[in-house]
Design a protein. Sequence first.
Length: 401
Amino acid sequence: MTEENKSVKNFPNLRFHDKNDCGFPDWKFKYGNEIFENISSKKHNSDLPILAITQDYGAIPRDLIDFKITVTGKSVESYKVVEVGDFIISLRSFQGGIEYSEYKGICSPAYIILRPSISIDRIFFKYYLKTPKYITHLNRKLEGIRDGKMISYAYFSDIILPLPSIEEQNKVSAFLSLIESRIQTQKKIIEDFQITKKEISFKLFKEGFNSSESKKENFLKLGDLTYVVNKKNKENLKLPVYSINNKKGFISQSEQFEGIDSDERGYDISLYKIIEKETFAYNPARINVGSIGYSRNLENIIISSLYVCFKTTDAVDDEFLFQYLRTDIFRKEVLRNVEGGVRDYLFYENFSRIKINLPDLKEQIKIAKLLSKFDEKITIENEVLTKYENQKKYLLQNLFV
């Protein structure tokens, strides 16, 4: 196959210009083994960090991500050396592409180490080898091979890779790196807000504001502040079906399950619970990870009968309680009160026994408003992050062939 007929289209949808504002040449194409060689060096004294090969972080020292797998000194002797800038084929490459290493270390001999054999911009290929287009090529080549099958170097070698001029590779990699840097900065902004909110939440729910009145302890059981609601959908009404997750709280099943509601999946929705305004609901098997929601003005929806649903008395502000139920203080109480065997559950009986330090209503509202401001800011920053990630996704689809 000649360079010309390896691909019908030999340039991407989006192109850069060179320093003279002229277009770069059309892209060339080579097979994988014409650009990368298979490296299997085991020349080390077992003194290098052991690398975990991950889809999220690439190749990264295990101790940086708390990756705990015990290995013997004898087995480490067979591990392969990974240099900075190497690429690694893993058992999951058919799902997430080929990983890149920014660290020198060693990895299991089960992995295939790729190293450029010609002059390339490694960061260009770091992005390309994880694009949906390349992963599609991998899966076409591996059609019929079972989940977990390692992609061999021979399979990798038989796939065509794009090879634009080194100048254009540099342009693409620099631009994508800029976007990626902005994404990581945005994630740090969000993380900082989340940490600050967590610290302030802990202080407020433990001590209140700085008034002597707010520091008075007034512990009450959640059972004295809430009551169960179980309005069943006995008439089998075709109401919107919702679920509860630990990120969004109430979420439409059509959104969560790609447009398919429970009734379309064969479930008996006559057993489901009807949710009215100002109702709390939680998954008793997942409340330990924050799977709880508050409906606010959402009404005339249904959720699975497995969820525990409750409303509050006039003694507690709903927003205050919702903020409390998402704190580490509450999660510790959950762990003390769960029951079960293989999976832990917190049913309402045990939930109702948990105690909360309850200030007066004025103080509750003040605390809830402050913490809600953090939620609003975090939501805005998450929307910004989504825009950057969508921009990156668009670029990955259009900057490569």
